[in-house]
Design a protein around this ligand. Structure first.
Ligand code: PEP
Ligand code: MN
Length: 342
C-alpha cells in the first residue's frame, strides 16, 4: 500500500510507481477516495529492494506492507502448528520453567550441582548455567569452557536437560559436541545475523531448541521476529522468544521490563515465549512479581536465575538470583496464574 505525500499521484508519478513494482512482478490497483487515493500493491510485496526504491521517490510518504516480512515465523505460516518438546515436555501445554545459575563458578562446582538438584525439586524442567559470559567489562569474569563439564554433570545427576549461551562458532562447536539440550542466544547477539544463520544450519538436523533473547535496545517486535526467522529459515524451527527487558532502564530496575510484549508476539507469530524476569528487573526481590506478570501476559514459561546461596555466586547471581525456596513458591503461584488464563 503506497501512501503519497500529495492526495493523488500525477499520471507521470503513477507510471513511475507502476514501473518500479512491475520490476518485482507486482501491479498497482488505485483505490479512489473522496479526498485522497491509495495505491495498493498487488502481488508479492515482500521485496525490501522494491519498498526501498518506492521510498526513494520523493512524492512517496509511506509504504505499508500487508504481508509480513517473515515468512516462516508468521502466525499464518505452515509452521503455525509446530510444537516444541524439551525433555518430554511440550512448551506451552503446561508452564515451562528453566532455572539455575547465571554463571557456573569454576572454583565452586559443588554449588552448581546443589542448585541443579534444588531447582529440579522446585519444579524446573531445564537447568541453566552460564559457561561463557557476555560481560560489559572485559575485566569481569568471562566464563570458561571448563565449566561445560560441570553443566554436563548436573544433567547427568538430575536427568534434566541443560541450556547454555553461545556467542560464537567456537563455543557453538563445544556446545554441540557436548550435546547441550538447548542453546541460548543472548541479548548482545540478538541481531548477529551470521551467528543466527550459522546456528540454524548447524542445528537443522538435531533440532536443538534455541532460546532467542530480545535485543536490549528496545528492539521492535518485527525485528525480534525477523531475528528468529534467520534460525528457522536456516533449518531449525525450534525457536523460543525470550523477552528480557530493554534499555533505557526504568529507574530502579536493571532494564525496562517488557513482559508486556508477549501478546504482540503471540498475535504475530506462533513461537512460544519464555520470559526472563531475572535480567528484566535485575534484583531478586522483584523477580517473583515480574514472573507472575509475565505469565499473566501470556508467557509459556520463565527462565529464572536461581542459586542455593546467591551471595556466594558470581556474575549476576549475587544481585538477581532467587533461592530454590522462592523458586518453588513462584512456580506454584505461576501455575495458579496460568490456570486463570486457561
Ligand atoms: C544471561 O542469561 O545470563 C545473560 C547474559 O542474558 P542476556 O543476554 O539477556 O543479558
Ligand atoms: Mn545473567
Amino acid at each position: 500500500m503506497i501512501i503519497s505525500k500529495a492526495p493523488t499521484l500525477t499520471e507521470q508519478q503513477l507510471a513511475e510507481v507502476e514501473a518500479v513494482v512491475g520490476d518485482f512482478g507486482c501491479k498497482i490497483q488505485v483505490i479512489y477516495g473522496a479526498h485522497r487515493n491509495i495505491y495498493a500493491i498487488i502481488g508479492d510485496e515482500r521485496s525490501e529492494t522494491m519498498v526501498n526504491r518506492l521510498l526513494g521517490l520523493d512524492y512517496v510518504d509511506r509504504v505499508d506492507r500487508m504481508e509480513s516480512v517473515y515468512k516462516l515465523m508468521d502466525a499464518r505460516s505452515d509452521l503455525a502448528h509446530h510444537r516444541i518438546v524439551i525433555g518430554g515436555v511440550e512448551v506451552g501445554k503446561e508452564p515451562f520453567f528453566i532455572a539455575g545459575h547465571c554463571t557456573i563458578d569454576p572454583q565452586n562446582p559443588g554449588a552448581f550441582l546443589e542448585t541443579a538438584a534444588a531447582v529440579k525439586e522446585a519444579g524446573a524442567h531445564v537447568i541453566r548455567g552460564g559457561v561463557w559470559k557476555p560481560r560489559t567489562s572485559p575485566h569481569s569474569y568471562q566464563g570458561s569452557a571448563r565449566t561445560m563439564e560441570v553443566l554436563l554433570e548436573a544433567r547427568q545427576v538430575t536427568g534434566l536437560p541443560v541450556i547454555a549461551e553461545v556467542m560464537d562458532e567456537t563455543q557453538l562447536n563445544v556446545a554441540l559436541e557436548a550435546k547441550v539440550d538447548m542453546l541460548q542466544i543472548g541479548t548482545r547477539n540478538a541481531l548477529n545475523y551470521t551467528l543466527l544463520a550459522e546456528i540454524g544450519q548447524r542445528t537443522a538436523e538435531l533440532g536443538t531448541p534455541v532460546l532467542l533473547k530480545r535485543g536490549r535496545h528496545m528492539g521492535p517486535v518485527d525485528e525480534f521476529i525477523s531475528a528468529a526467522e534467520y534460525i528457522v529459515s536456516n533449518g531449525n524451527p525450534n525457536v523460543i522468544f525470550c523477552p528480557r527487558g530493554t534499555m533505557p532502564a526504568l529507574d530502579g530496575y536493571r532494564n525496562h521490563p517488557d513482559e508486556s510484549i508477549t501478546p504482540l508476539l503471540k498475535d504475530k507469530s506462533w513461537a512460544p515465549v519464555v520470559d526472563d524476569p531475572s535480567h528484566s528487573v535485575g534484583r531478586s526481590k522483584f523477580v517473583p512479581a515480574c514472573s507472575l506478570a509475565a505469565i499473566a501476559y501470556g508467557a509459556d514459561g520463565l527462565i529464572i536465575e536461581t542459586h542455593v546461596n546467591p551471595i556466594s555466586g558470581i556474575g549476576d547471581d549475587p544481585k538477581q538470583a532467587i533461592t530454590p525456596d522462592v523458586l518453588k513458591k513462584l512456580i506454584r503461584d505461576a501455575r495458579v496464574v496460568w490456570g486463570l488464563r486457561h
